[in-house]
Design a binder for this molecule. Structure first.
Ligand SMILES: [Zn+2]
Length: 550
């Protein structure tokens, strides 16, 4: 009988009520997304929620289609969910199961007195609990009325003997909902390993709820899963297009042209699909870090970011019919890059580099359109040695190859022993020196103080200043940079000067454009293309050549 009652209530109505109207009209409602917020070694003893918009919370669980099945509610606006093993509350530690709980801490779990009542509904259980000074519980489908909180079964049994009840706890999957900042239990839930407590903020059904969790605001509901009976894994449950809206608002300014926002929405949706299933063992679809896709709740969403999600609802970037790896980055500076030259992967046709003629038109808006960094030879030496390269003092820094789209493909440092230290791909050409992009040139200049010198039988040159070399054609050229000589045993750099380590060293100026890894869509390029009248489909198929959007 109770099961039937629950089935009737397990509908998608609560969630679909908050879908953007365009998504509903287009018939693109999908199973809501579970985004992992806290999991693994970060799983919590206790997790707080605070209403921002909307008031109170419904308690329930998800059926296999992720419909919300309500089993209780509270009018409190700040609640904390704690696991039902021995957990204490104190002003010093908050909710903790640590053994160092201080004597002023109050026990929250996990033993209680269960009264000999059999309420049929949550309302009956709550009324009886209020009368007894206890709390309603939902234990494997049956309502109970419980009172007190004791650290041991013996204490609970003694209290139960006096009150006429039984000592009761939960399985290792149970959770209690308490009023935040207190040890007052509002509700207890134990659905075993299969059913995890899901908290749906807002009880009046009129306001779209927004809820604070760990410093960010979220749409949707929260699931508390005790994976393997452990600490709380917290996931956010919300419609896919709300999630896309949130990711877009984090990745682009909502003031940007709508077609750029739409291109970002399609990227985010495709990226979501690519990453689906990586966290099945933890019970959610996708995590909230860059491991899958960065997500911090509603962020700066507004009607425009919601419009970008709704007007592209269900669309993805496909290559040969399967979702593409829609990498994106801030600014190409004039050309994106083939993924092979950046991360060394196998060739991926839609991640080939493209010359980018669009960004330049908005270069005044891109603060890193033009950037430069200066390194002394000593700084370069230090950076290489700090990363474990056993090099001598670096005396030269050269770009040894560029790519067809004009980015740096490889660089080499030369040390004072004449040894070359070559680097390729993003890790070497960009990250080694912490450069903003792979798109740059290098120029060397000699510090005016000091100078290289060498001895040549007849005397010593104290500086290269004013020294010229005569080439095979007879033309003379001034020698700059770090000259080297070719001897019978090979190429040698002129010895570095002794004494002051900075005397005579070269200074290398790296002048570049753009910011990011250069693979896939340039966000500033999308901005520029949208401003120039291109659609989101045109933007995406430009940066992911050979793909289709559907
Ligand atoms: Zn992940």
């Amino acid at each position: 009988m109770r099961q039937k009652w629950l089935t009737v209530l397990c509908t998608a109505a609560l969630l679909s009520a908050f879908l953007p109207p365009a998504a509903r009209a287009a018939g693109t409602e999908t199973v809501p997304v579970l985004v992992g917020l806290v999991y693994g070694s970060d799983a919590l003893d206790g997790a707080n929620l605070k209403n921002d918009a909307g008031s109170g919370y419904r308690f329930g669980y998800l059926d296999t289609d992720r419909n919300f099945c309500p089993v209780g509610e509270t009018r409190e606006t700040g609640v904390s969910v704690v696991k039902t093993q021995t957990v204490w509350y104190g002003t010093y530690n908050g909710y903790t199961s640590y053994s160092d709980a201080v004597t002023s801490d109050v026990c929250v779990g996990c033993w209680h007195v269960q009264l000999p009542l059999a309420p049929a509904t949550f309302e009956e259980a709550r009324a009886a609990a209020d009368a007894a000074g206890g709390f309603p519980a939902w234990i494997d489908g049956a309502y109970q009325v419980r009172t007190g909180a004791y650290a041991t079964r013996e204490e609970a049994q003694a209290a139960a003997d006096a009150a006429g009840g039984t000592a009761a706890g939960t399985s290792s999957y149970g959770v209690s909902v308490v009023k935040t900042g207190t040890a007052k239990i509002l509700f207890q839930f134990d659905g075993g390993a299969e059913r995890s407590l899901t908290v749906q903020p807002g009880t009046d059904g009129t306001t779209r709820p927004v809820t604070w969790f760990k410093g960010n605001r979220y749409y949707g509901a929260f699931q508390y899963r005790r994976v393997g009976g452990g600490d709380l894994t917290v996931s956010n449950l919300l419609p896919l297009e709300d999630y896309i809206n949130c990711v877009v608002s984090r990745e682009m300014s909502r003031s940007w042209p709508l077609e750029a926002l739409k291109a970002q929405a399609v990227c985010a949706r495709t990226y979501y699909e690519i990453n689906l299933g990586r966290h099945n063992a933890s019970g959610f679809d996708i995590c909230s870090t860059t491991h899958c896709q960065a997500y911090y709740g509603m962020g700066e969403t507004d009607s425009r970011t919601a419009q970008a999600a709704a007007e592209t609802a269900g669309l993805r970037v496909l290559y040969n019919g399967t979702p593409a790896q829609t990498y994106y980055f801030s600014s190409s500076g004039g050309g994106t890059e083939d993924v092979r030259n950046v991360w060394g992967s196998q060739p991926i046709p839609y991640l080939s580099g493209v010359a980018d003629p669009y960004e330049a038109a908005v270069s005044d808006k891109i603060s890193y359109w033009s950037w430069s960094e200066t390194f002394t030879a000593a700084q370069l030496t230090e950076k290489l040695q700090a990363k474990g390269y056993n090099c001598a003092s670096i005396v030269d820094f050269q770009i040894t190859a560029t790519t067809p789209t004009g980015n740096v493909k490889s660089i080499a440092f030369l040390d004072a022993n004449g040894k070359s230290w070559p680097f390729t791909k993003e890790g070497g050409v960009r990250n080694l020196l912490g450069l903003k992009s792979m798109r740059y040139t290098v120029s060397a200049s000699e510090k005016t103080s000091g100078g290289v010198y060498y001895t040549d039988g007849g005397g010593t040159l104290t500086s290269m200043s004013g020294v010229y070399a005569i080439g095979g054609s007879g033309a003379a050229a001034r020698i700059t940079g770090n000259p080297y000589v070719i001897t019978g045993s090979g190429t040698q750099f002129l010895p570095a000067p002794t004494g002051s380590t900075s005397a005579g060293e070269n200074v290398f100026t790296v002048t570049g454009s753009g910011w990011g890894h250069s693979v896939g869509m340039s966000q500033w390029g999308a901005y520029a293309m949208a401003q120039q009248g291109k659609t989101f489909e045109q933007i995406l198929t430009f940066y992911y050549p050979g793909t289709e959007i559907r």
